[in-house]
Design a protein around this ligand. Structure first.
Ligand SMILES: CC(C)(COP(=O)(O)OP(=O)(O)OC[C@H]1O[C@@H](n2cnc3c(N)ncnc32)[C@H](O)[C@@H]1OP(=O)(O)O)[C@@H](O)C(=O)NCCC(=O)NCCS
Length: 183
């Protein structure tokens, strides 16, 4: 179980944890039951991960981040500090969540979504706040501080620099609302 892993004695691990190799788990991390952790992951201090979460490989989760139950974190995801990820969320391959970002329950962030944080003066504004049940298309960038309502769809390769209203679809650079065609 601890082969080549560096797990702080001050970390609390729940029951039935499956863990690969070469992981670092720092002080005061709390991990719930039935959590799966791949290999080459770094979980920084004070991170809280609830039950039934899956973390694949090469993931970094920084200080004071909370990840709620049944969330799936794919490989090469990077999560900055003070991020809140809801329950039953999917964060696909290579997604980056900026410091202070919030991802609501049941959201799906496609591969390589980027939530940024710094403005041009390199001041930290904080990552986006995404309402529950929203879908963010692949390679989209959500500008610092934007608020995305619940049940929003953001199309692939969009640049969202303004708030998005609940239940709407936004696409393009910069992202604009579109009316989805009935199929
Ligand atoms: C946004 C999206 C859901 C819209 O799908 P849809 O409701 O079927 O919409 P349509 O394909 O009918 O497109 C409606 C209009 O928006 C445009 N559009 C659709 N997606 C767009 C995008 N990502 N960027 C820019 N314009 C887009 C279309 O060109 C069309 O414009 P038109 O009316 O001038 O012809 C879909 O195009 C999309 O981007 N899905 C994300 C896919 C993805 O990232 N998957 C990852 C899964 S792992």
């Amino acid at each position: 179980m601890t082969l080549n892993n560096n797990i702080s004695p001050k970390a609390k691990l729940g029951k039935n944890i499956k863990i690969g190799q070469f992981n670092i788990i720092e002080d005061n991390v709390e991990i719930g039951d039935n959590v799966e952790i791949g290999s080459f992951c770094i979980i920084r201090s004070n991170v809280k991960i609830k039950n039934n979460v899956i973390l694949k490989n090469h993931i970094e989760i920084r200080e004071n981040t909370n990840i709620n139950v049944s969330t799936f974190v794919d490989s090469y995801v990077a999560i900055s500090g003070n991020v809140k990820v809801g329950k039953n969320v999917t964060l696909r391959y290579g997604t980056i969540l900026a410091r202070g970002a919030v991802v609501g329950d049941n959201c799906y962030l496609s591969p390589r979504v980027m939530l940024n944080n710094l403005n041009q003066e390199k001041k930290q504004i904080g990552g986006a706040n995404i309402g529950k049940n929203s879908f963010i298309g692949t390679q989209s960038v959500l500008h610092h501080g934007v608020k995305i309502g619940a049940n929003v769809t953001v199309g692939a390769m969009s640049f969202v620099n303004k708030d998005c209203k609940a239940n709407k679809t936004y696409v393009g650079i910069p992202a604009k609302e579109i009316v989805k065609k009935k199929k």
